[in-house]
Write a new protein. Sequence first.
Length: 241
Amino acid sequence: MARVALVTGGTRGIGAAISKALKAAGFSVAANYGGNDEVANAFKAETGIPVFKFDVGDFDATAAGIAKVEAELGPVDVLVNNAGITRDGFFHKMTKDQWSAVIRTNLDSLFNVTRPVWEGMRNRSFGRVIVISSINGQKGQMGQVNYSAAKAGDLGFVKALAQEGAAKNITVNAICPGYIGTEMVRAIDENVLKTRIIPQIPVGRLGEPEEIARIVAFLASDDAGFITGSTISANGGQAMI
Ligand code: NDP
């Protein structure tokens, strides 16, 4: 039986590349999404990967969504916490709503999604939890105090939970992408990208979603059993951390 992988925010951007890479690696994949039905249905039609709509910021909705995934595909063996949003603004102008939305979707979600699958992983003595954090959680980024705080929180979550999972053969790791060419980054003014962002990246280009997906596929594999509590940076040399 194929192992089951759940990818949150798995219908577009980095998450879509992750869903496809895990399917290609032989996993039975479920792709979660938040609200964009049109994109999710197109992704499902293109890939044959089933999609599940629930808000990872909402504990009860997530528990119900995961129950559906497990009823259809079986218990989740590999969880990729990828869903994320930005609500940028300088701190002196940041509203409580901008703060809360980002903490809820990027940090509360780790509790909401991981908690319902953790017991099953412990009982079956196997699990892979992979969290997509960010370079900006490692180094901080002006205009993103909310996002940097949430993504740094993700790294603390990984390091603590990895210690709890180790004896049960569950690994917990984080990937910190730099600038990857998804809608999140393409929303940035093209001139700003060319003149201010790409010059900060020694390899001279944005990363591709598939370059993150390949790291996830490796971390999900049996070959990665000795890697846990780690943070893997994939940022084209932008920050050597
Ligand atoms: P996108 O904006 O392209 O896609 C985000 C995905 O997350 C979508 O599938 C979206 O669903 C889903 N999502 C958003 N909010 C929720 C929610 N509340 N519940 C369920 N699903 C939700 O993002 P990226 O692919 O660019 O980013 C993926 C991850 O990588 C994020 O965690 C991001 O912070 C991180 N990252 C991205 C970088 C980049 O350069 N792009 C750099 C570093 C980290 P829907 O389509 O329904 O809205």
